[in-house]
Design a protein around this ligand. Structure first.
Ligand code: PLP
Length: 438
């Protein structure tokens, strides 16, 4: 592309409709200046590389059906109770008496109250409806939250990681350049076999700490003691924990916390993100929420304390106009008795897939985490994650996700997802058995 730098040039727009023979001045001497921080971002080749290898395999083996066990999207349909609530709300929109236009940006009271009661109060967590911000996804929320903090804040981010936390901080200019697999200025929290993928507390001083449990991609969970260590650390060091609990509904062990607010003191140091995507199949419908407790505070440049709730409220109401009313009705139906039964069944389906996969892999001698309280199984493969990916594809026509795509510490691992039909999971296990079974 050429960039013409002379603003006094005039030109004749002879091709543009309606502008024939009109003469107008060039609007600007230069092209628009971009946010240079975006230039630091590493292109994510993970899923395109997977697609390329799968396509090549399919064209060489047109008769062999590939089973995709790498995807993080759900496969089972929306619960009937959610569909009914959705449809009824659409009908309300068709009647002038019950039609709704813009709703409250933070979410309708019926949904915020249902979340507070069923997701928090019922589990002993003290969260008020007005501390809950309904949104169209945890991806957006966990990406956007960093906007309310100074670009000088130091961030601690797990490795391997759901890439949104890292990339949005790169975009905001909180990191230096990328070299040898890592961005300068980020404090990486290594999740390794030695710590069973629950990272140690950072030795450096940090302001923002991202945690995700149950974890994507590792499937690891944090115990109450683990989370207490983090909460105590954050409080003692004036740090803020951004806790992604998108997979909380998959926790089966009652001793494992599903919310950071089950830990004493978390209201003073943690924001929590939750989603209807994975527990109720809303990945295509879009509904989630973020909890910002009233106790959370930051300081401005003059040292004045500012409640984070007020800042996030300002950000949310300025940039977001609320989730569709029928979507919020569908989400609220998750908390009805029938909704609880249906989502429990849905989660049970995925968790049985996870158990079957984990049992098979373990019986073949692989060291795995996840699959017991999370829909992902993180497998130590004892070599390059891409080599293992190729072997699994070529010998079993099964697709996994190479761990190297999630960060430096992901090398030597692959992720298998339990989001699939039972038939596919059983067939994948039968195909893998002759490859890995001993
Ligand atoms: N957080 C984690 C850890 C995820 O793995 C995902 C999706 O895969 C999300 C958030 C996104 O959730 P949502 O669909 O609500 O945007």
């Amino acid at each position: 592309m050429t960039c013409i730098r002379f603003s006094f040039l005039v030109y004749k727009a002879t091709n543009a409709p309606g502008l024939k023979n009109e003469t107008r001045a060039r609007p600007k001497p230069f092209m628009i200046r971009i946010n240079d921080h975006y230039r630091k971002l590493q292109a994510s080749y993970l899923f395109s590389d997977i697609a390329k290898r799968v396509n090549a395999h399919t064209s060489d083996n047109p008769d062999k059906r590939v089973i995709r066990m790498g995807i993080g999207d759900v496969t089972e349909p929306l619960p009937a109770v959610c569909r009914e609530a959705f449809k009824a709300a659409v009908d309300e929109m068709g009647d002038r008496a019950t039609f709704r236009g813009y709703g409250p940006e933070q979410g309708y009271p019926f949904l915020r109250e249902a979340i507070a009661e069923h997701a928090y109060t019922a589990r002993g967590c003290d969260i008020r409806p007005d501390e809950i911000f309904v949104s169209d996804g945890s991806k957006c929320d966990s990406a956007n939250i960093q906007e309310i903090f100074s670009s000088q804040c130091r961030v601690a981010i797990p490795d391997p990681v759901y890439p949104v936390y890292l990339d949005t901080n790169v975009m905001a200019g909180r990191t230096g350049a990328f070299a040898d697999g890592r961005y300068a200025g980020v404090v990486y929290l290594d999740c390794t076999p030695e710590n069973r993928y629950v990272p140690a507390l950072p030795e450096e001083d940090v302001d923002i700490i991202y945690l995700c449990f149950p974890n994507n991609p590792t499937g690891a969970v944090a115990t109450r003691d683990d989370l207490k260590r983090w909460v105590d650390h954050a409080r003692a060091n004036n740090a803020l924990i951004l806790f992604d609990a998108a997979y909380e509904a998959f926790v089966q062990d009652p001793a494992i916390p599903r919310s950071i607010y089950e830990i004493e003191g978390a209201r003073e140091c943690a924001v929590e993100f939750r989603s209807f995507s994975k527990n109720a199949g809303f990945t295509g419908v879009r509904c989630a929420y973020t909890v910002v407790p009233g106790e959370l505070k930051g300081v401005d440049a003059k040292g004045t304390e500012v409640p984070l709730h007020a800042l996030w409220n300002r950000r949310h109401t300025t940039k977001f106009n609320g989730v569709a009313y029928p979507v919020q009705r569908a989400a609220a139906a998750v908390f009805s008795d029938e909704g609880k039964r249906e989502t429990t069944r849905l989660i049970g389906h995925y968790m049985k897939n996870a158990r079957l996969l984990r049992e098979a892999l373990t019986s073949w001698g692989f060291d795995c985490v996840g699959g017991d309280n999370a829909p992902y199984i993180w497998i130590q493969v004892g070599g390059s994650s891409w080599d293992f990916f190729d072997r699994l594809l070529n010998e079993a026509a099964v697709v996994c996700t190479p761990g190297a795509g999630f960060g430096t510490c992901g090398e030597g691992h692959v992720r298998l997802s339990a989001f699939n039909s039972r038939e596919n999971v059983e067939e994948a296990i039968e195909r893998m058995r002759p490859v890995f079974g001993r």
